[in-house]
Ligand binder design. Sequence first.
Ligand code: FEO
Length: 424
Amino acid sequence: MRAAGLSEKAVAIAPGIHWVGALDPHLRSFDIILRTANGTTYNAYVVRGSEGVAVIDTVKENFSDDFFRRLESVAGYDEITTIVLNHLEPDHSGALPELLRRAPQARVYLSSRAQMMLKALLKPSGGGAPDYTPVTTGDEVDLGGRTLHFLHTPYLHWPDTQCTYVVEEGVLFSGDVFGCHFCGARLFNDSVGDFRFSFEYYYAHIMRPFREHILDAVSLIEPLELATIAPAHGPILRHLPREYLHRYRELATPRLYNEARSEKTLVIFYLSAYGNTRAMAEAIAAGAERIGGVRVSLYDLEGGDAEIFTDLVEEADGLAFGSPTINADAVKPIWDLLSSLTSVNIKGKLGVAFGSYGWSGEAVRLIEDRLRGLKMRVPVEGLRVKLVPDPGELDECGALGEQIARHLTGRIEERVIDMSELVG
Ligand code: FEO
């Protein structure tokens, strides 16, 4: 699909550096789940030095014609000495097998974690792996007056990702990071429309679960002289590129202020048809507070949809979910909240389930299964109460809260073993 207003040829972004990507203005969803109201671009680049030509990434396979036409407008295939793969997801590696056929002499540079992916990617073409070199931060390729300097930036948003920096021109080829799904034929951030929404949406849905890695990458990039950030999707950031770097640091920095710093946080979400699961939630909260060192918050999911709780979930050390059982299942707002958790990193957080039930009580086990599926820790068995919790059952809820707090604060009670019990 060709977009109006864009040259069929490569577009210069700096001396000796061209964009050779493709526009996809009619795409409306990406990876099935991500909305792309404005389409997207697949950005690939060519860097020409006096002693070599590098191709940085390729495009989605069905946009190969656009890529090769633009590539041919600035380089012959026999001139290509170097292919850099910053990220191997198919929207950037789709044209790679054909590029390797056309430029078989080129050496591929990629991160160490991308090696197995490269072999898997090239399996269908039957050509085996090309000559490649795994690289990491500080490794360089000298193209003659244009030096490619590699930066190890994994998990942005796959394990294989890296960035490549052209030292002489201050151009950073960043891969997906700093990109967005926005299609503007004028290509540059100071020429296309307002893409702020797309930029933030992309962070929130692609990069947010990897914010520790974002902060590492930003720290690696900040000392560089930066004239242009050239991401793999969306506008090329030549105007105030450092602002986008700052914005990523802001977005990835924990935003809820924990005054005591040493406190752990437990957020208890619940729904309650007749007040029974609420009573359990309150007793669990009271129990956790008795231990000290844990800040406890209670949220009734009837009062808000899942999206508004994302920040809370991201910051929390422990999450408890209380649901009645209705029709042998947990109730929908609980599932809505749990399904929204894929946009934040909750791996390793402590998770607990509880709830009141009428006759079958499946909700607690189902929630626990989901928590384990999300790679949360579920060290404490969930608690079910038939209909109205009596004082003894509320005590059990309180004890559950205490157990949760001990796990969160690392104050697990040691079992005192009476050695005499071990003997015959
Ligand atoms: Fe744009 Fe992760 O691929």
